[in-house]
Design a protein around this ligand. Sequence first.
Ligand SMILES: Cc1cc2nc3c(=O)[nH]c(=O)nc-3n(C[C@H](O)[C@H](O)[C@H](O)COP(=O)(O)OP(=O)(O)OC[C@H]3O[C@@H](n4cnc5c(N)ncnc54)[C@H](O)[C@@H]3O)c2cc1C
Length: 461
Amino acid sequence: MENRHHDLVVIGTGSGNSVITPRLDHLDIGLVEKGRFGGTCLNVGCIPTKMFVLPADRVVEAREAARLGVHVDGVRADWPAIRDRIFGRIDPISADGEAHREKADNVTVYREPARFTGPMTLDTGTGVTVSADRWVIAAGGRPRLLDIEGLDHVDPERGVHTSDTVMRMESLPERVVIVGGGFIAAEFAHILDGLGSHVTWIHRGERLLQRQDESVSRAYTEIAQARHDVRLRTTVTGARHDARGWTLTTTTEGGEPARIEADAVLLAVGRIVNTDLLDVAAAGLPCHEDGRLVVDSFQQTPVGGVFALGDVCSEWQLKHVANHEMRVVKHNLLFPESHVESDHRFVPHAVFTHPQIAAFGKTEQELREAGTRYLAYEQQVGDVAYGWALEDTTGFCKVIVDPDTRQLIGAHLMGPQASTVIQPLIQAAHFGQRADDVAKGQYWIHPALAEVVENALLGLD
Ligand SMILES: Cc1cc2nc3c(=O)[nH]c(=O)nc-3n(C[C@H](O)[C@H](O)[C@H](O)COP(=O)(O)OP(=O)(O)OC[C@H]3O[C@@H](n4cnc5c(N)ncnc54)[C@H](O)[C@@H]3O)c2cc1C
């Protein structure tokens, strides 16, 4: 076994890869990656899912166009063409990123699963054990599986998938069961149904997207129930595969059994951080109960010279958070005398379902439980002019403010382009603007969809 010492070792090429900037060209850097270069977001996460959501949107919009007096017949999605177009774009970006690092004089790329074997000593799995002056751990997470025979490992040949494999399926299954009630399950329910599968959706909880504000979770659950075969308060108890496909057995909270037949199963039951496989305990790095690395607001672990960023340590498993933390780590590596802190005050997120969902800050149920005083107002999309044009019946924008400062403490939107429509509210919260100033101190284009935000803020009066 060869031993090597680097100035800096980065584990993970998702947001971790972007830490390596030309300003670090004077350093001897080790870069460790076992999977596809570019990490989750580029290869199996945000980017391909949203590229699949768009054609699914087009199909659903074609169906919905009838309510506008437009009749579209014979809509058909071509799964192999969509899949090949998407990965035809993504795979070369991943390959180019890898080639770029491979040819850099100061970067050594290690392409195997790595594991700590002692205090900040990493077996790279390539026959080289490395140590370093400074470290960046950006090892992300992976999909959780079920502890049920047949569903305890990914098996694309027999149609058992997680988000890591489902987007590269050879063909679209006629019948698919999705297990899980979070945002990954929701986005794939839209994608797979939109592109032509029949979706049965199993979730243990009483509502889908339960971590969202209760208005959103309730409204979204109703929409999903109208579109898919949704089985709530239901648990998968067994799975059997034969020549006809999968038969899942389930039971409800009340103990009622059922059997569901399917050609494919998508497990979307949460994610686990990769600290176990990396054996961070051997390195002396402490973790939270859920496995995330402990870091302070400067993204430093308690071990000197070791930074972490993104899903491996973050409370928010989101790419824009991983990127924000990456910028903080990059600064703190470059300027050890003037460290900066991460800003996690108003972290927004979106769920690219149909309709879209977007939110930041506290939910009403959290505020109620904490006994915090607040003012909330919910504006329906269908009651603003652009909503009339859209014939929207389900969308809304809920704003929540502190009654004393009139500053935003949360916003919860559902409706067309919610992920974009929410941005002025994120901006207002971030810069401490008062709801009334945001509503009345600027023009809002009439009759644009953003008027739903203007009216929600005015409604707080
Ligand atoms: C289906 C899906 C959809 C998503 N959609 C969105 C979205 O719309 N918006 C959003 O903000 N977020 C989304 N996310 C979350 C987002 O993808 C992640 O938050 C983000 O990619 C995390 O980046 P990261 O750099 O922390 O980790 P990753 O990008 O996961 O990078 C970690 C890298 O470390 C490597 N690695 C791990 N352990 C080892 C080891 N022992 N040895 C060698 N290499 C190792 C991995 O192979 C991986 O490439 C989505 C996630 C999924 C799964």
